[in-house]
Design a protein around this ligand. Structure first.
Ligand code: PMP
Length: 355
């Protein structure tokens, strides 16, 4: 989280804008919270350049919830195509299997998820209800640098992207997307809020069994207030949208400014790792994630000492996911370049100390 956002939330915690209430104490149907939600939605639309024919839904259930909610809303119980690129797309396909014929049309599992399957090799199903992609595989550290053009690949299915772990870190080409979903907790705000951006022609296809509170049309028709939305999450995400819109890098603003910074942060860290004989990253350079950088010490017996020293240096949460092992630096939007510089300085010093 950007420190400025946390400080503002703290300052407004007991009394929001002189209303005599904190945001957690407001009715979601009152005018105060209505103003917060309306501004948050408008700012997100501006920030991500979301076209007018897409609805923004503030939901709950997280990325894993959407793994069920998407097929319940879009599949009509027929076929959906899945591109397997790592841990999160595997989970998505397994969950969707409960609601439709969830077909694996490409997979990078035999390369242990170290490179992305080339779109020209995807075996897309004619007439599939949608095609699912995880555009940033958080655990494996792979990111699509460009969204596929499904029409050019001969498919007229809408593209569904799980952008949980890189939302607002780069621009989205909405011409290629039917639906995007993501938990807010990486780049946008506290856990508990799920963002769904859905093209309007995809509403109204839900299966009979779909819970009303998860039916995109019901949520859209009620401006995300069919049930009580995660009000605190929407408020803090709104503060983050505001902060993001104010970011500047030279001529660039908002997401474009963040993208510049993220490119510089990732280049610094990957550049250091690639130049070292002590550390390694195993991901194909063409599809390395700018947000999540998994790396290994070539001598893994030094892992515990590396993590203990990092903790002493104030560098936290560097242990890799158990399914991959090694280390992982998550350098989300709010991580300043100084944080990455501090990590690289520590890594260099640790390497020297082990010589
Ligand atoms: N998809 C991706 C890409 C993720 O990174 C995560 C969480 N790390 C999830 C889905 C699952 O999200 P949640 O925990 O919000 O259900």
């Amino acid at each position: 989280m950007p420190e400025a956002v946390l400080r503002r939330a703290a300052a407004e915690m007991l009394d929001w804008h002189g209303s005599g209430m904190g945001v957690m104490e407001m009715s979601h149907r009152g005018k105060e919270f209505g103003a917060i939600a309306t501004k948050a939605e408008a700012d997100l639309r501006t920030l991500l350049a979301i076209p007018a024919n897409f609805h923004i839904l503030f939901m709950q259930g997280g990325g894993l919830g959407e793994n069920a909610i998407v097929p319940m809303n879009l599949s009509r119980g027929t076929i959906a195509d899945f591109v397997i690129t790592g841990s999160w797309s595997i989970k998505s396909q397994k969950e969707a299997q409960r609601y439709c014929d969830a077909r694996i049309v490409a997979s990078n599992a035999d390369g242990k998820h170290t490179r992305l399957p080339d779109p020209s090799t995807w075996q897309l199903t004619p007439g599939a209800s949608y095609v699912h992609l995880c555009t940033n595989e958080t655990i494996n550290g792979l990111e699509f640098q460009e969204l596929p053009d499904l029409a050019a690949l001969g498919s007229d299915a809408p593209l569904v992207i799980d952008f949980s772990s890189h939302v607002a870190s780069r621009a989205v080409d909405w011409r290629r997307v039917g639906l995007a979903f993501g938990g807010a907790q990486k780049n946008l705000g506290p856990a508990g809020l799920t963002i769904v951006v859905v093209r309007d022609d995809l509403l109204g296809r839900a299966l009979e069994i779909c819970p009303s509170a998860f039916n995109y049309k019901t949520v859209a028709d009620n401006q995300s207030m069919y049930n009580t939305p995660p009000t605190w999450g929407i408020y803090v995400a709104g503060l983050t949208f505001d902060w993001l819109l104010q970011q500047r890098e030279g001529e660039l603003t908002g997401v474009a400014a963040m993208e510049q910074r993220n490119i510089a942060k990732a280049a610094l860290l990957y550049g250091f790792i690639d130049g070292s004989a002590f550390y390694e990253n195993r991901i194909d350079p063409a599809c390395r994630s700018r947000m999540n950088v998994p790396f290994f010490l070539r001598d893994e017996r030094r892992n515990d000492a590396f993590l203990a020293g990092a903790r002493d240096a104030g560098l936290l949460q560097l242990k890799g996911h158990k399914s991959v092992g090694g280390m992982r630096a998550s350098i989300y939007n709010a991580m300043p370049i100084e944080g990455v510089q501090a990590l690289v300085a520590y890594m260099r010093e640790f390497e020297r100390s082990q010589a």
